[in-house]
Design a protein around this ligand. Structure first.
Ligand SMILES: Cc1cc2nc3c(=O)[nH]c(=O)nc-3n(C[C@H](O)[C@H](O)[C@H](O)COP(=O)(O)OP(=O)(O)OC[C@H]3O[C@@H](n4cnc5c(N)ncnc54)[C@H](O)[C@@H]3O)c2cc1C
Ligand SMILES: O=C(O)[C@@H]1CCCC=N1
Length: 386
């Protein structure tokens, strides 16, 4: 074991761990970022070309957090000298009385600039799309997409430029709590005054080493790309926005998509649910129920797309029962910090999550009220061995 003691060891180099490491190193903390796979990899939740960024949430606390998050992304873009955000607007659709109504009211209350689209003028603004009778439609004009792979790489590069150390291809196999925490991998043992666990779908595997089990469900998401019948019909250059259909005839879960841009002639449209999986054995699963749901939705609402996917990739969600994140200290080891359960919507918050986990790891008061994200909210279901 080396005699070196890090201020913090971050376990897991997805977007949350990489952004946490970035904040730590930027604040002159001696930091080690450990990753089980050789980087870059596509086995967790943070790979792929794009993610939606939006203030369109029914909850106040997410809208509130997004204000600073946009600023932090802009700051990271400036430091990295790379474009990470593209404003496309976000079209939000759904039955007038459901979650759509809550999102609309929340955006209006927080004075987020939106455009309400009446059905008569819908196709003037959004061509090649059928608005479902009874659905409301609005555009959150501040929203857009994040270039995810670039953002992840930028966070890691900036971390290194501030003096941080990344050791990839090193799976953490044991964590020994104490005032100095010991972290073991097959290649070495490392010591840190604090540890941040941001292990995505593997969170519970790691937490078992420190006597904790959270109610997390790992879900496999089929990332589907659909061919444009006329290439360019939904292209980003024609200002087609990102969209979220919050509920639909086909499903109570969101269906969401991006303007075509990533692969020529293909538009990415996904379903916000999937089947439960084991992150190490997900490749054997062949459940296509979700793809059938998107297919039916596309046939009905996107007449200029082929309703059979041309490309299907995979990605993982790690869901909590209430879909809110876990951002907290370990209940008995206060220098072990947990960032988990990002429930398929955590990427956009990356730099803010990183800042919050940095604050917790340094024993500082967090900048935000973390009560929605506390472990204690699961008390009745937690199988803690503490
Ligand atoms: C298809 C899809 C679409 C999405 N769309 C959006 C969107 O539009 N907007 C949005 O905001 N969010 C979106 N999300 C959610 C977002 O991408 C995730 O919330 C986020 O990437 C989670 O990041 P993470 O760092 O927690 O997890 P991960 O990226 O999985 O990172 C965890 C890392 O920990 C490593 N690790 C695990 N165990 C160990 C160990 N023992 N030792 C060392 N390393 C370990 C893993 O290898 C991995 O690299 C989407 C997710 C998916 C899958
Ligand atoms: O977080 C997001 O914006 C996307 C789209 C809605 C469902 C989940 N992820």
């Amino acid at each position: 074991m080396s005699s070196e003691v890090y201020d913090c060891i971050v376990i897991g180099a997805g977007i949350q761990g990489s952004c946490t490491a970035y904040h730590l190193a930027k604040n002159q903390k001696k930091t080690l970022l450990l990753e089980q796979f050789v980087l870059p990899h596509s086995r967790g939740s943070s790979h792929g070309q794009t993610r939606i960024i939006r203030k369109s949430y029914p909850e106040d606390f997410y809208i509130h957090m997004m204000t600073e998050t946009y600023q932090l992304w802009a700051q990271m873009e400036k430091e990295a000298g790379v474009q990470l955000f593209r404003r496309t607007g976000l079209l939000v659709l759904g039955p007038e009385n459901g979650d759509y109504k809550k999102i609309k009211a929340n955006l209006q209350q927080h004075k987020v600039p939106i455009v309400l689209l009446e059905k008569e003028e819908f196709n003037k603004h959004i061509p090649n799309m059928n608005l479902t009778p009874g659905d409301g439609a609005l555009v959150d004009t501040t929203a857009g997409l994040l270039y995810a792979d670039r953002a992840l790489r930028s966070a890691q590069r900036l971390f290194q430029s501030y003096g941080g150390v990344i050791k990839d291809g090193q799976k953490v196999t044991d964590i020994n709590p104490g005032s100095v925490v010991t972290v073991a991998t097959a290649s070495g043992t490392y010591r840190g005054r604090s540890v941040v666990i941001t292990a995505g779908p593997w969170a519970n595997t790691l937490l078992a080493n420190v006597g904790l089990e959270l109610p997390l469900q790992v879900v496999k998401i089929n990332v589907c790309y659909w061919g444009e019948k006329v290439p360019g019909s939904y292209h980003i250059s024609r200002r087609f926005p990102c969209f979220v259909q919050v509920e639909s005839k086909e499903s109570k879960h969101h269906i969401y998509g991006f303007p075509s841009n990533e692969y020529p002639g293909l538009m990415k449209v996904c379903y916000h649910a999937g089947s439960e999986t084991n992150p190490d054995f997900r490749d054997k699963q062949t459940d296509k129920t979700d793809i059938d749901i998107i297919s039916r939705y596309i046939a009905r609402c996107f007449p200029a797309l082929e309703p059979i996917p041309a490309v299907v990739e995979t990605c993982l969600y790690t869901n909590t029962p209430d879909t809110h994140f876990v951002l907290d200290r370990h209940p008995t080891h206060s220098n072990i910090i947990i960032g988990a359960g990002f429930s398929g919507h955590g990427f956009k918050f990356g730099p803010l999550i990183g800042k919050i986990l940095y604050e917790l790891s340094m024993g500082q008061a967090p900048s935000y009220d973390l009560s929605p994200f506390r472990i204690a909210r699961f008390q009745h279901r937690q199988k803690s061995a503490l």
